[in-house]
Write a protein that binds this ligand. Sequence first.
Ligand code: ADP
Ligand code: MG
Length: 566
Amino acid sequence: DAKSETLGFQTEAKQLLQLMIHSLYSNQEIFLRELISNASDAIDKLRFAALADDSVLEGQGEFTIQVDVDKDAGTLTITDNGIGMTRDEVIENLGTIAKSGTAAFLENLTGDQQKDSQLIGQFGVGFYSAFIVADKVRVHTRKSGEGADGGVVWESSGEADFTISEQPREQRGTAITLYLKDDCSDFADEWRVRSVIKKYSDHISVPVMMLEPEKPVPEGEEDAETAPREYEAVNEATALWTRSRSEVSDEEYKAFYQHISHDFQDPLSWSHNRVEGKLEYTSLLYLPAKAPFDMWQRDTARGLKLYVQRTFIMDDAEQFLPLYLRFVKGVIDSNDLPLNVSREILQQDGAVDSMRSAITKRVLDMLAKMAKSSADDYAAFWSEFGQVLKEGPAEDFANKEKVAGLLRFATTHTDTEAQDQSLADYVERMQEGQDAIYYVVAENFNTAKHSPHLEVFRKKGIEVLLLSDRVDDWLMNHLQSFDDKPLKDVARGALELASDSEEEKAEQEKLEKDSEDLVARIQTVLEAKVQEVRATARLTESPACLVVGDYDMGAQMKRIMEAAGQ
Ligand code: ADP
Ligand code: MG
């Protein structure tokens, strides 16, 4: 008809759609989690909109998600009475991908099904996952508060385009019908669907309704009239974080993590706490097992999901954690913040500051606990997020020592590239009379390991941290000390080692004297290039090496500044 229009998918959307269909075949059932998750988000959004103007509820404030199957037709329909979409929103939300980092994500794809499905998992599968099991999808939606005439139908077979048309809809919200592929008809079976909902969506705080199971007909009563089947909730339907820890199983915690993080994998660990007293709030914090593909992008969404008195307020509330803990996912539910809280208010609110520092401590404690109880988990964490954590001492002075305790390094003690030694380990191994923690910074591990500056340390058996990450110079500049022991760059100034014997000191003096002429000559030749030339007894194999002045910028820092055009 005249009101129907066919539109093409945005290129990225088309690519993602194809990818979804091909890579997630072995993980079909997650589509249901995604669609129920969207329905629940839509209800959260409506609840939130109703805080400002409750006319959007159209006098109906009971929220449900309903799932219906039709075995004969081979369809599955998910209906919510959430916020719904206008025609423009349908085109925007179901025809394009607005997410930042989409291009980078698509570039990272390898064509290897296993690897790609991991990546898609991190990217977030979302609505298009419907096409894993369906060869046609129909969405009938109407924005709340718009009246029946605002109804819109979106239809697509998941190839190049979709059609959009007007169709009145009495009920607000969205109904999504999947026309199942022949080999996916098991998703039209109510028992199968029930069990998938239980598995993935039990924690959704809105009831997910299905028709109650058919009762067996008693013998002899085949002809009697049977009562019509009623809808019943299939899921637990209370917000998971409001339940007490002992009532929530690990499986439920994991499923909830996948709901809020859009991650495919299980989290590495979590921490669930109710805080009472001056401030009252609940926090449920998760450490992911894998870094998201866009962790280093500036505009990447980060932060916690914020609820106020169980009402959803916003995603990505950044104010509750410092940047160097941006990998943490989770939920905060506050009893103190006003329901009309905005990002601007969050920035100024004193309660938010206190919560932020408590939550930061909570995360650092969770990490310390993990480091203590499971070296393997901590090593996994460190290899994914260690680089981010190293930003901590610069950003968070108050927790400097705590963060320092969590850092892991490669050192001359093991002489391997693995960053698995803590500063506490180092301090324990310090020699008698050693009063500093030594480190060397280089472009890569091998250069660090073979640095001529290490010769004397190796000779004396003094351990040195081998640093080669981009952030290391920056980190050391801010860290400065650990356990009251200063951190010293072995490439800086004229190092004096406490363990130097009188004999060695005498040797150094003699050397300086004997070399006066030579040093003067080299100094003349290199005049414009170096500040000073010194003779040293420190080198056992190399003829010469460069050192940096005590207060000059480190070589690595210099490179970073140069790269930034300074
Ligand atoms: P995400 O949920 O991560 O935003 P999705 O691909 O799952 O991504 O969904 C894309 C967008 O489509 C959502 O952000 C939302 O705006 C819209 N949407 C999807 N399902 C619904 C629904 N049931 N009701 C209202 N809007 C929806
Ligand atoms: Mg979604």
